[in-house]
Ligand binder design. Sequence first.
Ligand SMILES: Cc1cc2nc3c(=O)[nH]c(=O)nc-3n(C[C@H](O)[C@H](O)[C@H](O)COP(=O)(O)O)c2cc1C
Ligand SMILES: CC(C)CC(=O)C(=O)O
Length: 366
Amino acid sequence: MAGEPVNVKEFQELARLVLPKMYYDYYEGGAEDQHTLEENEKAFHRIIIRPRILIDVSRIDMSTTILGYETSVPIIVAPTGMHKLAHPQGEIATARASAASNVIMALSFMSTCTVEEVASSCNAIRFFQLYVYKRREISAMMVQRAERNRFKAIILTADAPRLGRREADIKNKMIAPRLRNFDGLISTDVQLTDKGSNIEAFASENFDASLCWKDIGWLKSITSLPILIKGVLTQEDAIRALEEGVAGIVVSNHGARQLDYSPATINVLEEVVVAVEGKIPVFVDGGVRRGTDIFKALALGARAVMIGRPVIYGLAAMGEHGVRRVINMLKDELELTMTLSGCCSFKDITRGHVRTEQDGRLHCKL
Ligand SMILES: Cc1cc2nc3c(=O)[nH]c(=O)nc-3n(C[C@H](O)[C@H](O)[C@H](O)COP(=O)(O)O)c2cc1C
Ligand SMILES: CC(C)CC(=O)C(=O)O
């Protein structure tokens, strides 16, 4: 590639060039046939923007709030595991870049830097993603550590009772690195398989597949932080989450790494938004690679998007600077999209600014 990368895809290509194949495959891959992986992006491509003209767009206001916290753009850094495989500074580089760009970072439960290291690396609003282990006391202790270190919300990932089947990781015999948060508590040196992915083996040894709705009560009993549920893909689960009193929902298929042939997230966002009737904010992730994608998600009712792989690609390519570049590129693209669509602020972006495939079908029937 000649010159500096100018979009997320070019950062992906740079990441592919610099990373060992085992790690690149881990980051990039999805489950099984990777049908949903492809669809997460393609479903965005099938949504058309309906721009409005002759509106004064000389000033665009990009500021917004997420759970009451001010942020420069409706982007949250999604929780993704093990950043030190992408760059030696790991999650500290990601946290500093997020802080510099004034966006919220969600730290993965499976981080390679500790909660305390990330918290002390910079001053920023951070959320903490939670996996519930069979040894619940470990998860409870992590929630308390996050709370002590001023994380502002818990994101409970609810789509991973087991890890999805990621065939590249199986072929590469993907190795789980040391997770220093769990030093002295749990080892990533699992010896369950002599073949296959060690990450998968680690997850099946430790993740609690019995986690269910009643456990939201348990989580509430151990923390006073707001709880977001990540992994909702249906109106039924959205309504249930609402009944459990969560503070927000993340429409997510885990970057298509869990259940293949689950829907592209942008295709089910509206179903969830309609179900919650504006009572709590709805976020979405999966396949966001352009500012136009963010615009589409906002038009369909998302409060903000989360980005997973784009951040990793920036981190692998250029460390902290790369993550900043990726976030700022997406921000610039969103600003341009708003300008060219006649929207001066987020409240100006309406359902009428996009046409989905389903809308197309409705028109045909008329
Ligand atoms: C390499 C990788 C690691 C991930 N690790 C986690 C994790 O530890 N916890 C979690 O809740 N989600 C995890 N996810 C899912 C992301 O939070 C997010 O849902 C997904 O990456 C969004 O899709 P995108 O990568 O297309 O932006 C991971 C995703 C990737 C790609
Ligand atoms: C280390 C993994 C369990 C993190 C994860 O959720 C993922 O790879 O999708």
